[in-house]
Design a protein around this ligand. Structure first.
Ligand SMILES: C[C@@](CO)(OP(=O)(O)O)[C@H](O)COP(=O)(O)OP(=O)(O)OC[C@H]1O[C@@H](n2ccc(N)nc2=O)[C@H](O)[C@@H]1O
Ligand SMILES: Nc1ncnc2c1ncn2[C@@H]1O[C@H](COP(=O)(O)OP(=O)(O)O)[C@@H](O)[C@H]1O
Length: 290
């Protein structure tokens, strides 16, 4: 039997860090939404007593226990005493180590797909709790859609979809380590975004309100490690994006664009000096994972 799952990327419309916790993680408040840029996960049953095998044609994606989709399969096998093997094929589209939760979304897709393959009968809420053991962003990725994520990112409150718009993404060549970025954050020197106002803007379907309230406290940390982020932000604004921000720990920069007529010009302009550029729609609805 073969199961296919879509694993969409996320962007953080708003990312605030409240404080560092005794367990080393940071308490966050993030408004996240899924976009139409997705990896494809193909799960094939390998029969009784088999192991977990990972195939991907991307040299930056680990093909062993370090892969988050592998960890998802291992966790379900152990927890539910599954004795069957599985092959996990990952068609990578989301840039790696980019602040777009590619690995987390692959793990979430593996959880959803294996739940079907092995007839585990788990709800999305149960999968989201299991996902939190793999990484802070996995719970959100189990559901997709749009949500406020709190705690270390694993507490999810669903919110409605933002109004449809275009998202242009541009990723500088090198990736960044999320752990390094959190480590570099000096909380007494940041301007906190207004999480509440972002949620209100989404609920009011105010595209202008969303643009006005984009904010990410991690941006200034990554900017120091990768000055190219500032250059890309500048170019995106100059080519005509309505608002721009770095996603997550970066270094990917996204620009919001309301009208399709502007998208091609901004995309073409950025392609001039950035290899990985994408123009996609915001998904925003949970049902759009299918
Ligand atoms: C920054 C964000 C924003 O959505 O995304 P990315 O940039 O990775 O996509 C997330 O908070 C990243 O989530 P995720 O990538 O799942 O992080 P994890 O694997 O759980 O943690 C990696 C490391 O980041 C730090 N970390 C992560 C989450 C958090 N709330 N506080 C932290 O301090 C810890 O040092 C941890 O060891
Ligand atoms: N399925 C996967 N896809 C991409 N990277 C993965 C995957 N599994 C583990 N990784 C590791 O996780 C790291 C972070 O990758 P990723 O999830 O793409 O970025 P981010 O945390 O910035 O959103 C990568 O450097 C890679 O070594």
């Amino acid at each position: 039997m073969r199961i296919l799952e879509k694993a969409p990327a996320k962007i953080n419309l708003s990312l605030d860090v409240l404080h560092k916790r005794p367990d080393g993680f940071h308490e966050v408040e993030m408004v996240m939404t899924t976009i139409d840029l997705a990896d494809r996960i193909e799960l094939t049953d390998l029969g009784p007593r088999g192991g977990i095998s990972i195939t991907s044609h991307n040299r930056f994606v680990p093909d062993d226990h370090r892969n988050l989709a592998y960890q998802a399969a291992q966790l379900l096998k152990e927890r539910f005493g599954i004795k069957r093997g599985v092959s996990i094929g990952i068609t990578k589209v989301i840039p790696v180590a980019a602040g777009l939760a590619g690995g987390s979304s692959d793990a979430a897709a593996a959880l959803r797909g294996l739940n079907r393959l092995w007839n585990l009968g788990l709800s999305l809420d149960e999968l989201a709790v299991i996902g939190a053991e793999i990484g802070s962003d996995v719970s959100f990725c189990v559901y997709g859609g749009t949500a406020l994520a709190t705690g270390r990112g694993e507490k999810i409150r669903h919110i409605e979809a933002p109004p449809h718009c275009w998202v242009i993404l541009a990723k500088p060549a090198a990736g960044v380590s999320t752990a390094d970025v959190y480590r570099g954050l000096k909380l007494d020197h940041v301007r906190h975004p207004h999480t509440g106002r972002m949620i209100e803007a989404i609920q009011e379907k105010s595209y202008e309100g969303i643009c006005e309230n984009l904010g990410n406290v991690l941006e200034s940390v990554t900017l120091k490690m990768q000055p190219e982020v500032a250059v890309i932000k500048d170019q995106m604004k100059r080519f005509g994006a309505d608002a721009v921000l770095m996603s997550g720990s970066g270094p990917t920069v996204f620009g919001l664009v309301q009208y399709e007529s502007k998208v091609q010009r901004i995309y073409n302009g950025l392609r001039g000096f950035c290899d990985q550029v994408f123009a996609v729609r915001m998904l925003g609805d949970r049902c759009e994972l299918d």
